[in-house]
Design a protein around this ligand. Structure first.
Ligand code: FRU
Length: 709
């Protein structure tokens, strides 16, 4: 009897694979020049480009570092790039292609016997579009054995007058086709729609069209197979409605669209706030990207924190306003997205106020209206309003947006405050370069320009407020600063800001940008509280970046003039779990009175007498904060800043989280937030003196709890 051999499907597939011959790489354009490929004209430059060329939108989707990019010299340049002859030895030729869509002028041709037998182009034939290269292929089985050349052509000089190509391969495996406009219809019945994301994967344009709602459109690196993480969209308000999910292009073997599902909890919610690099006492969004804090406003016992947010990606993009609230600036609860992109653009930075006197007429009930003033980053950038009558839980865009039309360049980041002496609103707006303008309004809807302000060395994100000098309510100054915290101190007469000194640096760390201060803090509290964007990447996490520690700003007279001081808000004391007090003592080289203390999240306060030491400092979980006694300079990582001794002494306050060390020196005169990934396993602490002895006047370490428990 004959043996019967039965093969499983996988074994068959494996056999089939074996029958295929290995791929032949025709070109990957990783060299410094084109090798045996020949150019004519100027468009292809002296060799492969490394990504985006000057003046071009961001180019991505290519493989490795190099690609063909005929934007050399801009769209106006022309030329060709031609391969040496090769024999067609596989069934398919696959490649990545992008740029212009013109089958004669921006294209790639396969030429056999002097005749064009196959053509491919990029996807773009109108303004806008995308510089992302996408996979494409030719079936060349009928041309087997023939000799061919590949010619890449750029004969177009106008918009999209260029072509991008990479990774040309002969292969026997049928490359998956890209399907255009794949859709799926679902009925919404849970709180969240979960979307699989592969960070670094091909970018897809996706829309979710919910019955009766403007479609939500966004870019997403939709995972074709196993995702890195799951983004989510809040769909709770639309239960029972139909939604059409649409992806502009999708590989035919992608499972991405079908994998999108619904749930009442965010997918993998058991991992939330427990991720390896999750800051434990700095705010960060549950998933996706954050940059600037927006709309910092206090109302009815809640600090609102809105933020620039990409809910669907690890990188910047799709700007929404995320939203969180806190009773104490330490414990945050993230709420649904407050502002979605709309017909005026994506939602860039802005501020929020309580409209106590209902000047805009948005108030409908007993609650005061909260009003967000944001930049809609469309073409062009304009400023608009949104309001809430339910303590910020739901938001309505003002029907007659924009309230401030385009003024200049990429004008943005409106910061609005109430100017009580004239019962009017004042808006500081970024215009261009280091130029800002001040506007006024009686109702938040109609604005008049009053004056302009220049802050040399800074741009974006204006902040403008009055602050008491040394706490004296009758002796105030006005402070104006931009994105990097370079600030001017001066006077404001209701129309014009007159600087008296500055710009001065508010901070000297590597993890601080685009800060904002709270409006509507009750007068009896009177604090000026600031939150910056903590510009620190969290690689491999389902979220990226964080907010800086909320700090209280004070303006104090110094021998250099009035200067801002920053200190962590007092509410952080609530996180102290266990404290260690080291008694005053001399500190000789080689000694470490902190040797027996181990801590994970921690706060440390110290007063050190530098004595005759050359250097004093700390090693906190492997992070060195050192003070050069002679130079009177504190440094951490690659940052340094002046810290002066008073009678030989310095004071330091240090807070160590998972991805940062916040450093405050001499009661906040030095403010140095550092983004550093703190080594996970190192719990050791050291205080030291080198090159002589110093003295510990006081030293306390508080082990801190996570704010997320
Ligand atoms: C600052 C900034 C703002 C802009 C926002 C966009 O980081 O560039 O000027 O409004 O980010 O996300």
């Amino acid at each position: 009897m004959k043996n019967l051999i039965i093969l499983s499907a996988t074994a068959l597939a494996a056999l089939r694979c074996l029958a295929q011959q290995p791929d032949i790489l025709l070109a990957d354009f990783e060299g410094s020049d084109y090798g045996a490929w020949k150019t004519t004209g100027a468009a292809f430059g002296p060799g492969p480009a490394h990504g985006t060329l000057p003046g071009q939108m961001q180019v991505d989707g290519f493989k490795g570092k190099g690609l063909v990019n005929s934007f050399y010299g801009g769209d106006a340049s022309t030329g060709t790039l031609t391969s040496p002859p090769f024999k067609i030895e596989r069934k398919f030729i696959s490649f990545l292609i992008g740029g212009g869509k013109d089958a004669e002028k921006t294209c790639m041709n396969l030429v056999v016997d002097g005749k064009i037998v196959r053509i491919a182009t990029g996807p773009n034939d109108k303004p806008g579009g995308s510089e992302t290269l996408a996979p494409d292929s030719w079936d060349v089985s009928e041309l087997a054995g023939q000799t061919a050349i590949i010619q890449i052509v750029d004969q177009a000089t106008g918009g999209w007058g260029h072509i991008n190509v990479d990774q040309i391969v002969q292969t026997d495996r049928k490359p998956p086709l890209l399907l255009a406009g794949a859709t799926r219809e679902i009925t919404l019945e849970r709180r969240f729609l979960n979307l699989p994301v592969k960070t670094g994967g091909p970018k897809r344009q996706m829309s979710v069209a919910i019955e009766g709602q403007p479609p939500r459109s966004f870019e997403i690196e939709l995972a074709d197979a196993q995702p890195d993480w799951w983004a989510f969209m809040d769909i709770a308000p639309f239960s029972g409605k139909k939604a059409v999910l649409k992806v502009d292009k999708l590989s035919e073997d992608s499972t991405g669209l079908n994998a999108i599902d619904q749930s009442d909890e965010i997918k993998n919610s058991d991992t939330l706030y427990r991720e390896k690099l999750r800051p434990q006492f700095h705010f960060s969004p549950r998933r996706g990207w954050n940059n600037d804090p927006n709309g910092l406003v206090f109302y009815q016992g809640e600090y609102h924190l809105f933020f620039q947010h990409n809910p669907y990606g690890w990188n910047w993009g799709n700007m929404h306003w995320g939203h969180a609230v806190s009773p104490d600036l330490v414990h945050w609860k993230e709420l649904p997205v407050a502002l979605y992109p709309d017909e005026h653009g994506t939602m860039f930075s802005g501020s929020a106020v309580v409209d106590w006197n209902n000047t805009a007429g948005f108030q409908t009930g007993a609650e005061k209206a909260l009003v967000c003033i944001f930049c809609a980053a469309g073409t062009p950038f304009t400023q608009g309003l949104a309001y809430s009558n339910d303590r910020g839980r739901t938001w309505t865009k003002y029907a007659h947006n924009p309230v401030l039309p385009h003024i200049a360049a990429e004008n943005r980041d409106p910061k609005v405050i109430w100017y009580a002496p004239e019962r009017k609103w004042v808006m500081a707006l970024y215009l261009d370069k280091s130029d800002y303008a001040l506007f006024s309004s009686k109702d938040l809807k109609q604005w008049q320009q009053m004056s302009s302000v220049a802050v040399p060395g800074t741009s974006e994100c204006p902040e403008f407020f009055e602050i008491a000098l040394d706490g004296r309510k009758d002796d105030t100054r006005w402070v104006f600063f931009g994105g990097n915290g370079g600030y001017l101190v001066g006077k404001f007469d209701g129309a014009r800001f007159t600087p008296e000194s500055g710009p001065h640096a508010l901070q000297s760390g590597n993890c601080w940008y685009a800060s904002q201060t709270y409006t509507d803090i009750p007068a009896e509290d009177g604090r000026r509280i600031l939150i910056p964007w903590g510009t620190m990447a969290t690689p491999g996490m389902p979220f990226n970046q964080m907010m800086g520690l909320p700090v209280e700003l004070t303006l104090r007279a110094t021998d250099e003039g009035p200067r801002l001081f920053a200190n962590p808000v007092k509410e952080y004391a609530s996180l102290r779990a266990k404290s260690h007090t080291i008694p005053p003592q001399t500190l000789a080289p080689g000694e470490n009175p902190l040797a027996s203390v181990k801590a994970n999240l921690l706060e440390l306060s110290a007063e050190l007498d530098c004595g005759d030491a050359a250097e004093v400092g700390f090693n906190l979980r492997g992070i060195n904060v050192k003070y050069d006694v002679k130079k009177q300079e504190l440094s951490c990582g690659d940052k340094k800043a002046a810290l002066r001794q008073a009678r030989g002494k310095i004071r330091l306050r240090l807070m160590v989280d998972r991805t940062s060390v916040d450093i405050f020196g001499n009661d906040g005169r030095l403010y140095m937030p550092m983004g550093i990934i703190v080594p996970e396993d190192n719990l050791s602490l050291e205080v030291y003196a080198k090159g002589g002895s110093g003295k510990i006047d006081s030293l306390q370490v508080h082990e801190l709890k996570s704010a997320w428990n």
